[in-house]
Design a protein around this ligand. Structure first.
Ligand code: COS
Length: 401
């Protein structure tokens, strides 16, 4: 099937502002005319239909942040966040399937990949191969550096042998490749230099995935365990060709991933609010639409105000990234605010829907369930509060210490 939207990487490798704006406008239309009507199918069958996946591939979404010199669209962070934001107005599964490629894997290649690794993997991302990101384990989540997966030098060559397991890995059941963080030193080292990152094709012997976990929401997006049992990878699978860098690469990817989650939560809050606004105008009580009642209006207005704040944060933090500023704390702050705000908005939306908000037949109930994970994955609110405070205290120390 022909792509409904031209792939911007092909039509204008420059991705200047005008071209990007045209793309963004077309993408918005695609979301409203194609993705939203397909949501019922995604929810009922718990998968993104193959024809939509192929359309997304054709549009170049799976490699949209790959630099132009490698054939990608080369979007900057502000544009990439806009794309995620536009796509996330529809059911979360549509973002989930391509967001690890562009938010985590492509950014790990950009921050840490060798030239040969970029040459090999960027084209595969652009083609639409699916990537996953293996950091979390059964025994380590927020304390990610406490991972137990090991990588030891292969006695038969210059490669590595990986053993261990990873948990809650988004897209693992569909992935062609994983970035696996593993210990290359038994003991923990300062700055978590015991961690290294490996690019591991998912068809490597010794790799298997568990069955997809049953979840509270986000139908159509799948997570599962990854088991690594004597998985042999060549020496050039080590990201950046150097041990001890894996934690830093993972954290840098997470900075980018947190912007993606913030952009998604902001859009989903907007979607839920639009739905509540429509419902409040349709539903009557005491003889008039409930939108006329001031206590309903207060919930609508508070939600609008908070979404606007998150949209401003998204623009600000992404422009700072593109200016080369250190945005670790601001990316965390955006993710915290947007995800918590989305939680408050979907809660109000259920309230505005009233009894109907509790029924699976109406959208409000699934908005409420789908939004809950935004406050947890890619760094819980609590872990990110610690990160923000660490950076505040550091700055204070620099000035006053
Ligand atoms: N960019 C570059 N380098 C970074 C970095 C970043 N964003 N974050 C950390 N580093 C490097 C730095 O060298 C840092 O030392 P300095 O801060 O002194 O320069 C070093 O790594 C250690 O960082 P940090 O002190 O933050 O590590 P801790 O072990 O104290 O804390 C936390 C690690 C808890 C913050 C980390 O494990 C984490 O983010 N956990 C949440 C994991 C997560 O988000 N999981 C989601 C699932 S993965 S999809």
């Amino acid at each position: 099937m022909n792509a409904p939207i031209a792939n911007p990487a092909r039509t204008n490798p420059g991705m200047d502002e005008e071209t990007f704006e045209q793309f963004a406008e077309q993408l918005q239309r695609y979301v409203r005319e194609r993705l939203i009507p397909a949501e019922k199918d995604v929810i009922e069958n718990d998968r993104v239909p193959e024809d939509i996946l192929n359309e997304m591939r054709e549009m170049g979404l799976f490699g949209i942040s790959v630099p132009q010199e490698y054939g990608g669209a080369g979007l900057n962070t502000r544009q990439y966040a806009r794309v995620v934001n536009i796509m996330s107005y529809a059911a979360p599964a549509f973002r989930s399937i391509f967001s690890i490629n562009i938010g985590m894997f492509a950014s790990a290649l950009k921050n840490g990949g060798t030239e040969a690794q970029r040459q090999e993997w960027y084209p595969k991302l652009i083609e639409g191969r699916i990537a996953c990101f293996g950091l979390t384990e059964p025994g380590s989540g927020s304390d990610s550096a406490a991972m137990q997966t090991t990588a030891v030098p292969d006695p038969d060559g210059n490669g590595w042998i990986l053993n261990g397991s990873k948990r809650y890995i988004t897209n693992a059941p569909h992935a062609d490749v994983a970035l696996i963080m593993a210990r290359t030193e038994k003991e923990a080292l300062p700055k978590n230099a015991h961690v290294s990152a490996f690019i591991v094709p998912m068809d490597t012997p010794g790799i298997s995935t568990g069955s997809p976990d049953k979840k509270m929401g986000q139908a159509g997006s799948h997570i599962s365990d990854i088991m690594l049992d004597d998985v042999k990878v060549p020496g050039d699978a080590l990201l950046g060709g150097e041990t001890g860098q894996g934690f830093r690469f993972a954290m840098q990817s997470l900075d980018n991933g947190r912007i993606s989650v913030g952009a998604a939560a902001t859009a989903y809050a907007r979607r839920a609010l639009d739905s509540a606004l429509r419902y409040a105008n349709e539903r009557k009580a005491f003889g008039e639409p409930i939108a006329r009642f001031q206590l309903i209006q207060a919930m609508l207005a508070d939600s609008e105000t908070e979404i606007y704040a998150a949209e401003c944060m998204m623009k600000d933090v992404t422009e700072r990234v593109d200016r080369g500023e250190n945005t670790i704390a601001k990316a965390a702050a955006f993710k915290v605010f947007a995800s918590e705000m989305c939680g408050r908005v979907v809660d109000r939306v259920v309230q505005i829907y009233g009894g109907a908000g509790y029924l699976a037949e109406y959208d409000a109930e699934r908005f409420y369930r789908d939004a809950r994970i935004y406050r947890i994955y890619e760094g819980t609110t609590q872990i990110l509060q610690l990160q923000i405070a660490k950076h505040m205290l550091r700055e204070w120390e620099k000035v006053h210490g």
